[in-house]
Design a protein around this ligand. Structure first.
Ligand SMILES: Nc1ncnc2c1ncn2[C@@H]1O[C@H](COP(=O)(O)OP(=O)(O)OP(=O)(O)O)[C@@H](O)[C@H]1O
Ligand SMILES: C[C@@](O)(CCO)CC(=O)[O-]
Length: 479
C-alpha cells in the first residue's frame, strides 16, 4: 500500500433549519436526546454523526521515503460590531476566538489528492491526473495574484465535485446532475454549501500549483478537524480557508515558515508579514467562493488574530487593553452566511432610503466602540460598560431591521437584558451565535453569572465562555 491513508465514515452536523421558531426549536430539542456537543460521536434519527476511526498509515515513511508533513491551525472569530455593514465598506470590529480549525497535510505517493473533512464527509479523493488536466488549462495572474474569481475554473470544479460526491455514495447517474439528491441521501443538511467547501479547496490547490510553476498536481492527503461550530457565525469557513492556504503555500515552497525566522515572542511558529499577507489574500478568495459577497473581515482576523478594525477592505490592528468578558451563546440553529448576506442585499436594493442610514449607523457604532477599545485599560469602568452595553443593544436592534436576527437570538438577547447584560448576534445571524458582553459587576457576582448560564441552558442554548484575541494562523512542529 502507498502513502498515508485516512479511514473514516460519513459525517454530519446536528443543527436546526433556520426557519424554526425558538419555541419549536426548544420543543424539538427536548424530545430528542440532543444533549451532546456538535462534535459528539453518535447517531440520531435525523442526522448522521461522525464516527471517526482515523487510522494513519504512513508506509511512505516506513519505506524510507521523505514524504513531507505540514500541520497548521487558525482561529475562528467573533464580530463585536459591523457584520453585514462591512460588506458595504462600513467599519467592523472583530476579535479572534480561542477555538481553532486544524489541518494536517501529508505528501503521499498514491497518485491522488484526498481530503478528509471530519465534520462532513468521509474521505473524498481525486486522481492527480484529473486535477493536472485542469491545471494545464488554468491561468494565474502572478502580478496581481488575482482579485476576482476564475468562473471557468469554478464551473469545471463544480462538475468535478458533483460527480465525486455521487460516486462516493453510489447514487445518481454519475454526470453531476443530481448532486442534491445524493447529498440528501447522506443526510447532509445543506448540499450546496457542503460541496462548495470542496470546490474552494480544489480551486486553491490548482491556482497555487499554477502560481508555484508546477506542471502537475502533487499527490497529497489533507485531514481537517475543527473545534468551531460550522454555520454558526464563528468564522469556521474562513479559518478553514486560512489553514488550506497556509498549508498549500508552504507545501509548494511559495512561503517558507521555519523555526529560525518565524518564531514569535512566545515561541510559536507564526508566518512573517509578507507570508501572512499572501495567506490572507488566497484565503479571501476561498471565503468568497463559500460566502459569495465576502468583505474579507473573517479571513483577516483568522490570519492575523488579535483584535482588528476593518473597513473598505483595509485592516487595522487594534491595540486594546480593555478586557471584555464575553459569553458566546449558540442557538444551535444552522444557517448559511451567503443567504444572510443576500437578505440584506435585497432589502438594501428595495429600500435604500431606509437601509443605507442603518448601515451608516452601524458604522458609527463600530467607530465609537473602536474609541472605547483603544482607550480602555483592564475591566470596563461602569461608564465604559454602560456605553458598550448601549451600543450593543442598539446594534442588535439595527440588525433586526436588516432582517438577520432569529427568534433564538432574540430570546438570548431578551434573557441577557433581563439580567442587565448586553447581547447581540455575531456573524451573519439568522441563527448561529449571540455574544453577551458581561458587566464586570456580574463577574464579581459569580452566582448571577451562573444563573444566566443556567437560563440559557434551560432554553436549550449552549453558552461558552470565550477566549478572545489569541494568535492567528500558526504552524505546528511535526514529529
Ligand atoms: N471544518 C469545516 N469542514 C468542512 N467544511 C467547512 C468547515 N468549516 C466551514 N466549512 C464550510 O463553510 C460552510 C459554512 O460557512 P458559513 O460562512 O455559512 O458559516 P461560518 O463560517 O460558520 O459563519 P460566519 O461566516 O458567519 O462566521 C460550510 O457549509 C462548509 O461548506
Ligand atoms: C455577514 C458578514 O458581514 C460577516 C460574516 O462573519 C459577511 C462578511 O463580512 O463577509
Amino acid at each position: 500500500m502507498e502513502g498515508p491513508m485516512y479511514v473514516g465514515t460519513v459525517t454530519g452536523i446536528n443543527r436546526s433549519p433556520a426557519t424554526e421558531t425558538a419555541k419549536a426549536i426548544s420543543a424539538r430539542k427536548r424530545t430528542s436526546q440532543h444533549n451532546r456537543s456538535r462534535n459528539d460521536v453518535s447517531s440520531s434519527d435525523d442526522c448522521i454523526f461522525f464516527h471517526s476511526e482515523l487510522k494513519f498509515l504512513n508506509p511512505g515513511v516506513m519505506a524510507g521515503l521523505n514524504l513531507r508533513h505540514i500541520k497548521v491551525s487558525a482561529p475562528g472569530k467573533i464580530i463585536l460590531h459591523g457584520e453585514h455593514a462591512v460588506v458595504y465598506q462600513k467599519t467592523a470590529i472583530a476579535l479572534s476566538l480561542g477555538l481553532r480549525t486544524r489541518l494536517d497535510l501529508r505528501e503521499t505517493n498514491d497518485g491522488r489528492v484526498t481530503i478528509f473533512m471530519e465534520r462532513f464527509f468521509k474521505e473524498i479523493t481525486w486522481k492527480t491526473d484529473d486535477l493536472t488536466s485542469l491545471l494545464e488549462t488554468t491561468k494565474v495572474d502572478a502580478e496581481t495574484l488575482e482579485t476576482t474569481l476564475d468562473q471557468e475554473l469554478l464551473d469545471r470544479l463544480q462538475q468535478l465535485v458533483g460527480s465525486s460526491l455521487i460516486q462516493d455514495v453510489g447514487i445518481g447517474n454519475g454526470d453531476g446532475s443530481d448532486v442534491q439528491f445524493r447529498v440528501e441521501a447522506a443526510k447532509l443538511k445543506d448540499p450546496s454549501t457542503q460541496s462548495i467547501a470542496l470546490v474552494g479547496f480544489l480551486y486553491l490547490l490548482i491556482k497555487l500549483c499554477k502560481l508555484a510553476g508546477r506542471s502537475t498536481v502533487p499527490s497529497l492527503s489533507f485531514a481537517i478537524q475543527s473545534e468551531i461550530a460550522i454555520g454558526a457565525g464563528l468564522g469556521s469557513s474562513a479559518s478553514l480557508a486560512v489553514c488550506l492556504a497556509s498549508a498549500i503555500l508552504a507545501f509548494l515552497g511559495v512561503i517558507v515558515v521555519d523555526a529560525k525566522t518565524c518564531r514569535d515572542s512566545v515561541g510559536k511558529l507564526v508566518p512573517q508579514a509578507d507570508q501572512l499577507a499572501l495567506i490572507n489574500h488566497w484565503a479571501f478568495l476561498v471565503d468568497k467562493i463559500i460566502h459569495g459577497n465576502a468583505s474579507g473581515i473573517d479571513n483577516s482576523v483568522s490570519t492575523y488574530g488579535g483584535v482588528i478594525k476593518f473597513a473598505n477592505g483595509q485592516m487595522t490592528r487594534v491595540q486594546s487593553r480593555l478586557k471584555l468578558d464575553v459569553v458566546v451563546v449558540d442557538t444551535g440553529v444552522e444557517r448559511n452566511t451567503k443567504r444572510m448576506v443576500e437578505i440584506v442585499r435585497r432589502r438594501k436594493k428595495l429600500y435604500p432610503l431606509i437601509i443605507n442610514p442603518i448601515l451608516d449607523a452601524i458604522d458609527g457604532i463600530s467607530n465609537t466602540s473602536f474609541t472605547l477599545l483603544q482607550h480602555g485599560n483592564g475591566s470596563p469602568t461602569a461608564e465604559e460598560y454602560e456605553a458598550l452595553s448601549e451600543l450593543i443593544s442598539i446594534n442588535q436592534h439595527l440588525l433586526c431591521v436588516l432582517g438577520v436576527s432569529h427568534p433564538g437570538l432574540d430570546a438570548i438577547c431578551a434573557t441577557a437584558a433581563r439580567l442587565g447584560q448586553a447581547a447581540k448576534l455575531t456573524g451573519a445571524g439568522g441563527g448561529g451565535c449571540a455574544i453577551v458582553v458581561l458587566d464586570p459587576d456580574i463577574i464579581k457576582f459569580e452566582r448571577l453569572r451562573e444563573s444566566m448560564m443556567t437560563e440559557f441552558r434551560q432554553l436549550e442554548f449552549k453558552p461558552h465562555t470565550a477566549d478572545l484575541g489569541g494568535p492567528g494562523v500558526l504552524f505546528h512542529p511535526v514529529s
